[in-house]
Design a protein around this ligand. Sequence first.
Ligand code: PMP
Length: 419
Amino acid sequence: LQERFVAANPASRERFEAHARFMPGANSRSVLFYPPFPLTMARGEGAFLWDLDGHRYDDFIAEYTAGVYGHSAPEIREAVLDAMEGGINLTGHNLREGRLAQLICERFPQIERVRFTNSGTEANLMAITAALRFTGRSRIVVFSGGYHGGVLGFGAQPVPTTVPFDFLVLPYNDEASVREAFAREGQDIAAVLVEPMLGASGCIPGRPGFLQALRTLTTEAGALLIIDEVMTSRLAGHGLAAQHGITPDLCTLGKYIGGGMPFGAFGGRADVMALFDPRSGPLAHSGTFNNNVVTMAAGHAGLTRLFTPAAADALAARGSGMRERLNARCAEAGVALQFTGVGSVMNAHFVGGEILRPEDHAAVDARLRQLFFFHLLARGIYASPRGFIVLSLPLGDDAIARFEEAVADFLARYGHLLA
Ligand code: PMP
């Protein structure tokens, strides 16, 4: 399949080699690399992508969840163009940021006050900063496999976590180890930072009891609970924390909430966020593009005209249906392949048994993941090399059916390899 891939993609290969002379790895996003060379995409429309060699793909990555609107939603384009008519960088407070902030506070019940950033990474750095300052403590509890941004990853792949925080890394979905840590050093813990579903580490849902325990333990110890909803806020109308009935002290957002433009936000309790009020608080928070009108406009249009809470719930239901059908197919075939996740975001894993933390799927032969990836590509389906699969609004039932057929075909051809 790899040989076929190389033969079919001469233009992507040529560009990869040319661009590598200017960028190490020919790109600025490590997640987009896969051997022998990644496809260069030429354009997108709806839920389709075309690469440089002219192949069309069903887009099942959707910009790692930021692309919930697809590639060319007229409502988003209209909002962006309208914003640009009035000037791009206004160097002042502007109406669009106030409007988007209000919308976010009304949509996510845990957010009483919010501030914008340019990425989820920055949002998490600011939330951590707030927690350290608010509590006067030094330690942040995170989870093995957690991903909170380019400098805040706690998985197997080394990332440059050089920020000066004192992290305690605990196993995910393991209430007892958190309880133990709080008993031992609760007075030093400023916050617990957690994804309600581990995203980058394989779409592993947090168990309700685990997430609830984090809420209880942080409250008892006077620490803050920071829920990273950068990826998961799309999985239910009012976010995944609300779905679990959990109100964190702070929460971070990103991805689709900026309408597909660069975006991040952190928010939560008014008393904590008051740290950033220049009239009274000790902390400054700046960023040249934090309130840029293009993002603010695109975000507002997306949340009000396309991805309303009802639309979010409906997309989640489509994703859950797809995942259940895929899992039923795999169970019927008796193979070690399963699809984990919540709603419209999922991950394929070539192991049997329950997956509660990244260690549970780490032993997989990487060649199976590669085989699956190139099999899907050959059938016109663009999913992530690590098996990450994401739905978007314009992705039709016909595309979902093509995906399910591709999995059936995979099982027929290679099922014998999946012991
Ligand atoms: N937190 C989570 C849970 C994420 O999935 C991501 C991005 N994949 C981030 C934070 C970082 O966001 P960004 O890439 O916008 O910096």
